[in-house]
Design a protein around this ligand. Structure first.
Ligand code: ATP
Ligand code: MG
Length: 193
């Protein structure tokens, strides 16, 4: 039987409940078998605050109790910047004919898709599933790209890694924004201070 695998890329600096709820909801609504969270190495469009290793460890802690969720170190283990199109080409080769790839992105990424390297190629290689995000309307997505994407009605979660980093920096609690194990990791490693 064909396997449907969701690939959820991000800086995950840190991973938060927005990512996890969206991963779960899209998995359910789109009948995916599993969701692979793939932290970026050197992000093409922005730099991260925590190291790649710390970001991967936090993803690993966040997904450890969910058998359908997993961490991929694919982009972390590659030197230099990873473009989504290159990652998808590798995954396409590695995963075999019986696997369909679903790329999960938030609406902010969908709006910015024109800035990606080879967006048409990405849309050809994977089914692109878009999660709602407050402040980013579907209407702003390029109509050519939009026609090839599926918009999934996920809960609107006004939460971001940027806001969580800011909470840590200003000594406000981050409980409930991230899984407990991730909050503990941020505290013990002294991240984002
Ligand atoms: P930052 O503030 O550092 O950009 P972020 O919260 O946007 O962090 P990313 O790691 O940049 O998290 O996002 C990874 C993916 O998850 C992106 O496709 C992004 O659009 C999506 N995403 C993150 N948070 C949400 C959210 N609250 N709702 C919908 N999509 C989200
Ligand atoms: Mg972001």
């Amino acid at each position: 039987m064909t396997k449907h695998v969701g690939i959820f890329g991000g800086t995950f600096d840190p991973i938060h409940i927005g990512h996890l709820i969206i991963g779960q909801e899209i998995m359910l609504q789109c009948a995916l078998n599993r969701v692979v969270f793939m932290p970026s190495g050197e992000p093409p469009l922005k730099r991260s605050m925590a190291s790649a290793e710390d970001r991967a460890r936090m993803v690993s802690l966040a997904v450890r109790d969910y058998p359908e969720f997993e961490l991929s170190r694919f982009e972390l283990s590659r030197p230099g910047k990873s473009y989504t199109i290159d990652t998808l080409r590798h995954l396409r080769r590695d995963m075999g004919e019986d696997t369909e790839i679903f790329l999960i992105i938030g609406a902010d990424n969908a709006v910015e898709m024109g800035d990606w390297f080879d967006p048409e190629g990405v849309l050809d290689l994977a089914h692109v599933l878009v999660a709602e995000r407050p402040g980013f309307e579907r209407a702003r997505v390029d109509p050519v790209f939009k026609s090839k994407m599926r918009f999934v009605e996920t809960p609107l979660l006004d939460i971001s890694s940027t806001a969580i980093r800011e909470r840590v920096r200003t000594k406000r609690p981050i409980s409930f924004f991230v899984p407990d194990a991730v909050a503990d990791y941020i505290r013990t490693q002294g991240l984002y201070l």
